[in-house]
Unconditional design. Sequence first.
Length: 165
Amino acid sequence: MSKLKNMRLVEIPRFRAVSSGARTLGEIFGGEGSFSSWADAHSHLLEKHIFEPLDFLWHEDRDIDRSVWILAVRDEVTEEDAAPYEIVEFPGGMFLVATGDENDSADLEETVSGMFDWINSSGVFEYGDFPISGMCNMPNPDGAIDKALGIAQQQIFLPLKFREK
């Protein structure tokens, strides 16, 4: 078995993003009038990516009914451009990353449990401070790969900090 147990550690740099603010998943991903529909209509403001998606979703206070979705924006994007949403600065940080099937709660639970086990036994890291719920994104936003696999890949990012000695 690998030392990282098929997980990876990443450092995400600080970046500017447009934020949905704390909303229900319906308000974020619902139909017309949702944050998702605003993002689709304003894709020219969003930072493009070569490999990894430049967006993250997390739940406030571990409450799935209050979630935040952020999408990286281009440098020249202003608050006025993003209205009625706010531009925030994502602080970046260290994260443990693993992938689970979003449509299979047992698989997600096993993935997250394995991540916590790794953190707790690492001797180097402990669970970080932000976001408290961890965060996620979908590495294949158009869904073609997931459709072929019959799953919905969800990347899970758990915040890390160095363990105090």
